[in-house]
Design a protein around this ligand. Structure first.
Ligand SMILES: [Zn+2]
Length: 193
């Protein structure tokens, strides 16, 4: 029923592929469709992770999100010599998404190293919340040593960030509903005249 983003041979191409999927609701997909979608996202996140810039921690992370319109955006962590200017993979993907004019995240897969999949930091959870009330999330590790087993944790934003604060608390026409983001930061409580 719901069309899924197509996978192309090149991951880089896939990020630019626009497959109009109006209102992609991953929660509503059947198990097979959801597995296929996440399989694609995991592949793309793994690929993005190879381009992570993490010379200090050597903890490389890749993220691949799909929007409700079926577009895929990638991110990787970008560390900085000041440490404080480091940005995470999840936020990198969100920034690309917003710059492309998209406002609604349907699902995200996050690739880390380590013995266990790494979960998004608190800041990234909140940033994801800006563009989705809830969304399915898959966390997985990419084994770099033979003793490490690949694991996938299927979770959701609501599970990772309960009782969350979101744009609808301040904006009547939150972009979560599809409207363009407001340019100002002041809350527009009333639009009715
Ligand atoms: Zn983060």
């Amino acid at each position: 029923m719901t069309k899924k983003p197509t996978t192309t041979a090149s991951a880089r191409k896939t990020t630019k592929t626009v497959v109009p999927v109006h209102d992609l609701d991953v929660f509503a997909l059947d198990v097979t469709e959801r597995d296929e979608l996440f399989s694609t996202l995991r592949e793309l996140a793994t690929d993005a992770r190879t381009r992570a810039y993490a010379p200090y921690s050597n903890y490389r992370v890749g993220a691949a999100l799909v929007t409700k319109t079926g577009r895929v955006f990638l991110g990787c962590n970008v560390e900085n010599a000041t440490y404080g200017a480091t940005t995470c993979a999840e936020r990198g993907a969100v920034q690309q998404m917003v710059a492309a004019g998209e406002r609604e995240i349907a699902a995200i897969a996050i690739a880390t190293g380590g013995d266990e999949p790494g979960a998004p930091c608190g800041i990234c959870r909140q940033v994801l919340r800006e563009f989705a009330r809830d969304l399915p999330i898959e966390l997985f590790n990419v084994p770099e040593e033979k003793r490490v087993k690949p694991k996938v944790i299927a979770t959701s934003l609501a599970a990772l960030l309960p009782l969350s604060f979101g744009p609808e608390m301040l904006l009547e026409d939150a972009h979560a509903k599809g409207a363009p983001a407001t340019t100002g930061t002041k809350p527009s409580k009333s639009k009715k005249k």
